[in-house]
Design a protein around this ligand. Structure first.
Ligand SMILES: Cc1cc2nc3c(=O)[nH]c(=O)nc-3n(C[C@H](O)[C@H](O)[C@H](O)COP(=O)(O)OP(=O)(O)OC[C@H]3O[C@@H](n4cnc5c(N)ncnc54)[C@H](O)[C@@H]3O)c2cc1C
Length: 373
């Protein structure tokens, strides 16, 4: 271990990496942030930031900007593939119970807000730095703490903690995601969740007709198949689905389309060794059906920053962090898997999950552990 108590290295300038860089810099740490890409990534169409994420963004002083740019949905409505409503969640009620709003936002907008805040603190991101296991070994010697915020699929930092190779697990379905600009008022201020047997199409409004969406269905992985074939299949599968689906498929930005074979990971028994730690998707990637990946990444950052403030022995800080976070992140992973299984694997009639969870239950789960000390 080294003596430089004030230096933190972060690998990966995604949501978790940049957010941690902001909070740690504000605490007086000297932060070095390394990103393999040449710019801040806007991969992924959009995210819904539930009240737990907005709580953290408020602590970072970024909630107002996020609300200004994003949308505030009032309801989440679930329909069958014929457009018949099956259930409804009153998001405003969840917000009131939680004390924070829920915000929908394009990923590129969220990343810009985070990157600007970091830049305002005078911290530069080291781009084009694809870190290797050897690099992590060097960082370990130079820094007080090395944090892997390097994402779900190929986290190098996770590989250094688990040399026996922990592999993300394919969960049997694909998502095609995109962004569409619709004519105003075509879709009201509700998240729309259409479900068929083994198929799902979700549409998330932001504002003024701007929305992001994901079409999913169960399938085997085939990375050789051209993207255009997947996109054609999507059009065919959903061609007779209700009007909002037809609308987003008519008006999407071509460059926003992406195909994702959806993976997650079983909960891990530890997230750190010596002074190397993993957070966010590198540590506990949930399925998108949990709606909580980015939210949990932000919660990690808030808890870790609070623990670092205690100036305790680093091993105690990181052990406490794991113990504070493992139950909630595992619950989000489990919830994501259960919902995915109901939609994409079970051959029974599609079920209503929205109707099965009360606003109170959701708000209690999301706000758990987020008390101001
Ligand atoms: C279709 C879909 C929809 C989703 N919807 C939601 C939602 O509505 N709400 C929600 O909360 N979450 C959602 N999520 C999950 C959310 O996107 C992730 O949980 C979140 O991005 C995790 O943030 P992160 O910072 O941990 O990882 P990432 O955002 O993946 O960032 C990792 C960063 O590390 C960099 N990196 C990787 N390897 C290296 C290396 N070797 N060296 C340097 N840099 C490296 C990458 O380039 C990247 O910039 C969704 C995910 C998907 C796939």
């Amino acid at each position: 271990m080294n003596n430089n108590k004030n230096r933190i290295a972060i690998v990966g300038a995604g949501i978790a990496g940049i957010a941690l860089a902001i909070l740690a810099t504000k605490q007086g740490y000297q932060v070095s942030l390394y990103e393999r890409d040449s710019k801040v990534s806007s991969m992924g169409a959009g995210v819904t930031l539930w009240p737990n994420a907005i709580f953290v963004l408020q602590q970072m002083g970024l909630d107002k900007e996020v609300k200004r740019i994003g949308g505030i949905p009032s309801y989440m409505r679930q329909f069958d593939q014929y457009g018949i409503q099956q259930g409804e969640l009153d998001i405003e009620e969840v917000n009131t119970l939680s004390g924070f709003p829920s915000v929908t936002i394009l990923r590129r907008d969220l990343m810009n807000i985070l990157a600007r805040a970091l830049n305002d603190l005078g911290v530069e991101i080291h781009f084009n730095c694809s870190m290797t296991a050897e690099d992590i070994g060097k960082l370990k010697q130079e820094f007080h703490l090395v944090v892997g915020a390097d994402g779900r699929m190929n986290s190098v930092v996770r590989q250094t903690l688990y040399p026996e190779k922990v592999q993300p697990c394919y969960q049997g379905f694909i998502n095609i995601i995109g962004i569409s600009q619709l004519e105003e008022d075509v879709i009201d201020n509700a998240i729309h969740d259409f479900r068929g047997l083994g198929e799902r199409f979700g549409i998330v409004p932001i504002k003024a007709g701007l929305c992001f969406w994901a079409g999913g269905w169960s399938t085997h992985i085939d990375k050789e198949r051209p993207l255009s074939a997947w996109y054609d299949e999507m059009h065919q599968r959903f061609m007779n689905w209700p009007d909002p689906v037809q609308n987003v498929l008519k008006f999407y930005e071509k460059s926003s389309l992406n195909r994702i074979f959806v993976h997650d990971l079983d909960p891990l028994p530890y997230w750190h060794q010596d002074n190397v730690l993993i957070i966010g998707d590198a540590a506990h990637p949930p399925l998108p059906t949990s709606g909580q990946g980015a939210c949990q990444a932000l919660e990690d950052v808030w808890h870790l920053a609070l623990n670092l403030e205690k100036k305790d022995e680093l091993d105690n800080v990181l052990t406490d962090f794991y113990q504070q976070r493992i139950v909630k992140t595992s619950a989000a992973q489990t919830a994501g898997r259960q919902l995915a299984q109901r939609i994409f694997t079970d051959s029974s009639e599609p079920q209503s999950s929205v109707a099965g969870i009360s606003a109170k239950q959701l708000s209690e789960f999301w706000m758990q552990g987020l008390e101001l000390k």
